[in-house]
Ligand binder design. Structure first.
Ligand code: URA
Length: 440
């Protein structure tokens, strides 16, 4: 048998110079990095080379398999009810997992949701949920299984699932290597395939607030991930959704939890409700559950009951006050008219600057940092009224956040019109929230 020997500088040079990584090189580098034999600085260089040079589908597939093999793979085949999960490629104000998981559980499926922390300018479900006093995402496999069988839902840190992704994800967050199709596809799919759900729905973001900026790239990402899922025997569907403007009226950890509670109570912004219900329908169809209306669970209290049960099981206090930044500042409307555009990327960066995300690995985040959006595209605006409120515990961060908002929104002359939930951005470029569905 041929014995392959590798070293990090050679592997880095192959990719740096535009070469293809062999299956053996991929297996070696992922295993060595997971076990501390490849240093962070070496993996950072390789990630940057991948960012710049890309990987073909074969390399992505092997990289994903190697990340899955770096840890354990859960198996819920004996649970007695179908399991299904969704994952988003990352957006701004994207709190959908929080209402979605209990909605789907209330309809009879079980959702083992291995979630992530904030990445780049986007927030992470775990950082959001940890803003609930007492809530922990660090739960044992036994507890995940127990919650799935009793409540139908668990939202947990990936832990021993794809530990290579955990390390690489944290490194990408602080080395400018997030926005890479191969790295996003392998990161999402390694966690999701290791968590053992029977089926997967992917919410692939398109637009300024997404990691990949063009629709063509997002389509390629969706197709790549659907293929990876199917290759591993997991029925997988992707929905392309708009991320040109933020979802809902809040961006930031605790603010997004509060808005999710409004949705679970039967209210909340149209776009958050629409996307929650659409993704729930996709998940239930893949899980083979019909006859249950996910929208109904938001009105009859059953989704809220499941959310409270989940939070309580994971140590959270459902009655506790959610934190809010001690300092706030408003952005007034420069003139009257109609709210025009809101740039999701600028909003995400502003919230990150307020303290909601990390600039170094492992840094704590501010749960109360964020932005409340008072006027959404298409809504009437009076001169001088607050358009946005910024929150942070560290007021010295406010000027930089304000700088991000400079030029990031507009108030326009077109007559106010209330846009239906399926049209998000303002005329002249109204765009649907749900852009397409990709399956095979
Ligand atoms: N979500 C992930 O899990 N990984 C990414 O790279 C992007 C979004």
């Amino acid at each position: 048998m041929t014995q392959f020997t590798f070293d990090a500088p050679t592997v880095i040079r192959v990719k740096r110079d535009g070469g293809r990584l062999s299956d053996e090189a991929v297996d070696w580098v992922i295993d060595s990095y997971t076990h501390g034999r490849v240093a962070d600085e070496q993996m950072s260089a390789l990630l940057m080379a991948i960012f710049l040079r890309g990987m073909d589908r074969g390399e992505i597939s092997r990289w994903t398999s190697a990340m899955i093999a770096s840890g354990e793979r859960l198996d819920f085949s004996d649970l007695g009810r179908p399991t299904v999960d969704k994952h988003s490629t990352g957006g701004v104000g994207d709190k959908i997992t929080i209402p979605l998981v209990p909605v789907v559980a209330a309809c009879g499926a079980a959702v083992p949701q291995a979630a992530g922390r904030g990445l780049g300018h986007t927030g992470g479900t775990l950082d959001k949920l940890e803003s609930i006093p007492g809530f922990t995402a660090e739960i044992s496999k036994a507890q995940v299984r127990q919650q799935l069988s009793e409540i139908g839902a668990a939202i947990f840190a990936a832990g021993e699932l794809a530990p290579a992704d955990r390390k690489i994800y944290a490194l990408r967050d602080v080395t400018g290597t997030v926005e890479s199709l191969p790295l996003i596809a392998s990161s999402v799919m390694s966690k999701k395939l290791a968590e053992g759900a029977d089926a997967l729905v992917l919410d692939v973001k398109v637009g300024r607030g997404a990691f990949l900026k063009t629709e063509a790239e997002s389509r390629e990402l969706a197709a790549t991930m659907v293929e990876l899922g199917l290759a591993h025997g997991v029925p997988t569907v992707a929905v392309l959704t708009d991320m040109d403007i933020p979802l809902g009226r809040t961006v930031g950890n605790a603010l997004e939890v509060a808005e999710s509670l409004e949705v679970l109570a039967g209210g909340g912004p149209d776009d958050v409700v629409e996307l929650t219900v659409r993704l729930a329908r996709e998940m239930l169809a893949l899980a083979g559950i019909d006859g249950r209306d996910p929208a109904q669970t938001l009105h009859d209290g059953t989704a809220m009951d499941h959310f409270r049960a989940l939070v309580t099981a994971q140590g959270g206090d459902v009655h506790a006050q959610l934190p809010i930044g001690a300092h706030s500042e408003t952005v007034p409307a420069p003139r009257g008219g109609t709210m025009g555009d809101i740039d999701a990327l600028a909003m995400g960066l502003a919230v990150w600057r307020l303290g909601a995300g990390r600039a170094a690995p492992g840094q704590p985040v501010q749960f109360g940092a964020g932005i409340r959006i008072h006027r959404r595209p298409g809504e009437p605006v009076s001169a001088g009224e607050p358009l946005f409120t910024l929150y942070t515990d560290t007021p010295e961060r406010i000027p930089a956040a304000m700088g991000e908002l400079d030029g990031a929104f507009s108030v326009v002359d077109v007559p106010p019109k209330s846009l239906p939930g399926s049209l998000r951005s303002c005329p002249p470029n109204p765009r649907p929230l749900i852009i397409d569905r990709i399956s095979r």
